[in-house]
Design a protein around this ligand. Structure first.
Ligand SMILES: CC(C)(COP(=O)(O)OP(=O)(O)OC[C@H]1O[C@@H](n2cnc3c(N)ncnc32)[C@H](O)[C@@H]1OP(=O)(O)O)[C@@H](O)C(=O)NCCC(=O)NCCS
Length: 297
């Protein structure tokens, strides 16, 4: 228990569907760069998705006198791998009202308490490092490479198209890849299919903007795929006015033109570190167009 324990001790419990209005109110106050409608939309997206049984559906909250005074989202997803299903969890949107500070650790501890889960935190808040350390999180990715992908040479012939325009009849896309592309399209990400020979490779990006538009890589099957097809993908995205790709990495990427930004570490907890180039179903992907600012109404 923290030495500065406040006088008013809140109840810590799982968030239920009926709490979502209160959670949206709280988060609109806590993270005012997104208004209440955005937080309501995020809550609704959480409510609408399937989640693995036995794990919290939304996350944890602090309640005082019937009011939500703190919360953390836990986005649990069952990811089918070759021979088993992996449970992943992305924690996000951790906020506690000023009067109840000193109790937030309880939320973080509840959120990260499950064994056999790969937790990842791709957007840790400033100052949350001691809490992450204490809970057993470790950095797995130092930052990202900002690539002028369109300037990359074409390496091997392939055809890139939007998943929405993709004719899945006779497709070589696996059902798992097709589901991943469809889910992320629904979150407002850019889902692409790269047909190369007898293969159909999935790619997912989140469109973002900081001075210029860029596409953050959310998913590719393996890092070599994005390097090989960067030129074709870059030119496809350039037609949409997106000149840059941001690719998670731990140093400069050989074969791509651009700059390594060593300033946005991502953290994980669990038996293995998430693969670089796989942020599927993470907070970033899941909140998608709500937080990227590129939501089509
Ligand atoms: C981040 C936030 C939710 C933390 O809530 P809080 O009530 O201040 O957190 P707590 O005091 O319970 O716990 C955090 C601190 O106590 C320590 N702590 C508390 N209980 C502990 C325990 N039982 N064991 C070990 N450490 C503990 C933590 O390591 C941490 O250390 P610090 O005092 O150096 O900061 C809150 O500060 C907040 O809302 N901030 C604004 C929003 C934000 O930045 N969110 C994070 C980004 S998503």
């Amino acid at each position: 228990m923290n030495d500065n324990a406040p006088l008013t001790r809140a109840i810590c419990r799982e968030i239920e569907e009926a709490d979502l209005d209160g959670v949206a109110d709280l988060l609109a106050k806590g993270f005012p760069s997104y208004d209440r409608a955005v937080w309501k939309g995020v809550c609704q997206r959480l409510a609408d998705r399937p989640w693995p049984g036995g794990f919290p559906r939304f996350g944890w909250m602090l309640e005082s006198k019937g009011r939500v005074v703190g919360s953390i989202f836990t986005i649990f997803t069952a990811v089918p791998l070759e021979r088993r299903v992996e449970i992943r969890c992305s924690t996000s949107s951790w906020f506690v009202e000023a009067k109840f500070r000193g109790q937030g650790f309880r939320l973080a501890r509840q959120a990260a308490k499950f064994n056999d889960v790969i937790y990842f935190n791709p957007t840790p808040g400033a100052g949350t490092r001691p809490v992450l350390d204490h809970l057993g999180f470790a950095p797995y990715c130092r930052g990202h490479f900002l690539a002028v992908a369109a300037a990359s040479p074409t390496r091997g012939s392939a055809h890139i198209c939007d998943y929405a325009d993709y004719n899945s009849k006779g497709s070589r896309l696996s059902p798992a890849d097709a589901a991943l592309l469809a889910d992320h399209s629904n979150y407002g990400c850019i889902s692409l299919v790269c047909e190369a020979g007898d293969m159909a490779l999935p790619f997912v990006f989140l469109r973002r903007r900081q001075y210029v538009s860029y596409a953050q890589l959310i998913y590719c099957r393996q890092p070599s795929d994005i390097i090989k097809y960067a030129g074709l993908i870059g030119r496809h995205l350039l037609k949409r006015g997106i000149p840059l790709l941001a690719i998670d990495c731990n140093g400069p990427i050989k074969g791509l033109i651009g700059h390594f930004m060593d300033n946005k570490p991502k953290f994980f907890k669990g038996q293995r570190a998430p693969r670089l180039g796989d942020l599927a179903y993470s907070e970033l992907a899941f909140f998608g167009d709500y937080v990227s600012g590129f939501r089509a109404e």
